[in-house]
Structure formats: C-alpha cells, structure tokens
Ligand binder design. Structure first.
Ligand code: ZN
Length: 354
C-alpha cells in the first residue's frame, strides 16, 4: 500500500514574477505582460512539482495575492483596515474589511484549476480559503443595510461555489485553509469562537455529498509567514477534538515543527473518525535546512504507530509562501524539501509493507 503525499499549497513566486508585479503596480507594466509572467510561473511550478516525483501537484498559488485574499481581487466594497493578526516575531498582517453588501467573490479558485490543467501531467490539488477566515471581513460594528446574518448567508453560498468549481474542474482534492482555527483558541480561550468557526464550515460542507467530502480536506497550522507563527503556543489538545468534527475526509496537519509530536499523535488517535485521513506534516517549512529522506521516513513510521496506515498521508507543515511577497524560503529549497518528503514517504511505505 502506498501512502498518499501532497503539499499544502504555496510555492515562493519566482523573482521575475515579483519584479513584474512591482512594475505593474507602479503602472510600468501592462496587464498582458503581467499575465504572461503569471502563466510562465504556473507552467514552471507544475513542471518542477512533477520533477519531484509528487503524485499530486499544484500551481503553487502563483497567481494568488495570498491564500486568504484571492476572492477579494477586483472588489470595490473592501477597505484595507480590517483585523490585525500579530506573529511571534513582532510582524503583523492586516485583513481587509467589508464596507458594503452584498458579498460576492471577485475570483473563484476553479479558475486556478482550469489554468493549471493546461500544464498539469498529474492529478491537481487546489487550496481554497475557509468561510470562517472570510467571516472576519465583516466589521464588529456592522454594516448599515447589510446584516451579519445576510452576510453569512452570502458567504456560505460563495464558499460552496468556490469549492464546487474546483471539483467540477476535476481537482483531485480540495483543501480548505483553516489557519484561524488554532488562532481562534488564542483569541478566545473559552473556545466559543472555535465552535462558531467549526459550525460555519460545517454549514458549507453540508452542501456536498459524502463522496465529494472524501475529496475535501482541511488544513490546520499555527501560521507560517516570514518564517514565523501566530498561534504555535496554543496546545493542539485544545483544537483537535473540535477539528475532527468537521465533516471533511482529509486533514492536513502541521506536525514536524511541533515540540511534542507523540502527544499530538495520541490525541489524533483518540479523535480521528473511520472515514477521515490525516496528512501528517513531515517537513518543517520554517526551517531552511532540507530534511534528509531518512528523517521523513522516521517521522512517518512514528505517525504510523498511532494512525492506521490506511488513514495516513504526509504533507508539509504549511505552504512555503502563503503571501505573495514572502520570500523567506527560496524556490529551490521548497522543491528540495518536497522531493525529500516524496522519497521519505515511499521509504516508510516500503518498511510498513514488508
Ligand atoms: Zn498553514
């Protein structure tokens, strides 16, 4: 039996693309030239993914502004001054704020699958942003003429359409990015916010058949931006029992950079349900050193002591560059780490099959 292995999503953008984006924003490059740079980055990323031996590949989010904000592209009812997310190293990211209703996506992730298909030689994975993350766009003071309830109804419709579009374009797996899950426990230790997030995402998942939900997964992590985190100090024990209540088939979990992975694996063992698979993080994306395949193998074998092999997969702890301007990890390093994951996972499968 082979062990499935998939990346989370983002790959650092090539320097030529970042340069082109800069010029475009300064009005010194046409949309047409920028689109050509995007296209070349997508083509190169899919090629390099295939070269790693990865059984499932992706466009590396080359055309997303960030994992969370791509649906907002081109919208006119958005301001820049939304909620601020502080990271451990002192830097922050600020989410946009919705200024008027109705809420509609400017871009759907299915368009990324459609573009990637032209160059893909293997099954494609597509990441999408969660309804719970986008729920943070609605300001606490409310919006005149557009109630929070009306916003949430629109948000669910749009999130469902985003996922459905990816499935219809033939994505092998769709992954919902849920980095705010762990963060929510830090913001609200009573876990009421976490419960709200889980309920909201389950309202989205309820629109899909059990078969479709086996192709839908959820990614959890403590954040990964400029090699820093926003909620690594939140104990997984506070998150995981709720996380596995999500009606999804796959869970992509940061694990390589955890201080006590055995303890976390034991919690997974006690909470995972029979129709769920856990893709365990075996690559630390915040550490520039490339893992040896033997280290990956040993991490998989350790996970297999807790999780039945038919419910086990491997992944990276997080995307390598969730925001387009994050160049803390190089492209070559990212692909070398992915290759180590693929080889190490195959090595572990051989041991487990013998
Ligand atoms: Zn992540």
């Amino acid at each position: 039996m082979s062990i499935p292995t998939e990346s989370i999503g983002s790959i650092p953008r090539p320097p030529q693309l970042l340069e082109a984006l800069q010029k475009f924003r300064e009005g010194r490059l046409s949309q047409e030239r920028l689109d050509a740079c995007y296209d070349e980055a997508v083509r190169d990323t899919l090629q390099r993914f295939a070269d790693t031996g990865s059984p499932v590949i992706s466009d590396g989010e080359q055309t997303k502004s960030s994992f969370a904000t791509y649906p907002l592209q081109g919208l006119r009812n958005i301001a820049e001054d939304g909620i601020v997310i502080p990271f451990a190293d002192g830097h922050t990211r600020q989410l946009p704020r919705l200024t008027a209703g109705p809420f509609r996506y400017g871009v759907y992730a299915g368009s990324f699958v459609q573009a990637a298909k032209r160059y893909a030689t293997r099954p494609l994975k597509q990441a999408v942003i969660s309804a719970s993350a986008l729920s943070l766009l609605y300001p606490p003071e409310g919006i005149a003429g557009y109630s929070r309830e009306a916003f949430i109804d629109d948000l669910i419709k749009e999130t469902v359409a985003d996922i459905r579009g990816c499935l219809e374009q033939g994505a092998h797996h769709v992954q919902i990015d849920f980095t705010e899950g762990r963060l929510s426990v830090k913001l609200d230790p009573s876990k009421q916010l976490l419960r709200q997030f889980i309920d909201l995402n389950n309202r989205v998942l309820a629109h899909f058949t059990p078969e479709q939900r086996q192709r839908i997964g959820v990614h959890t992590c403590p954040g990964g931006d400029h090699d820093s985190t926003h909620s690594a100090d939140v104990d997984y024990a506070d998150l995981l029992p709720s996380l596995f209540q999500l009606q999804a088939g796959n869970f992509y979990m940061q694990m390589a950079s955890e201080n006590n992975p055995e303890q976390v694996l034991a919690i997974i063992k006690n909470n995972i349900r029979p129709n769920q698979r856990v893709f365990v993080g075996v690559i630390d994306v915040l550490n520039p050193d490339v893992e040896e395949p033997e280290l990956v193998r040993d991490r998989v074998l350790r996970a297999a002591e807790y999780i039945p092999v038919h419910q086990l997969g491997t992944t990276d702890d997080c995307g390598f560059s969730p925001f387009e301007d994050d160049t803390s990890t190089g492209r070559d390093t990212a692909f070398a780490k992915i290759k180590a994951r693929v080889i190490g996972t195959e090595m572990a499968a051989k041991v487990l099959n013998s």
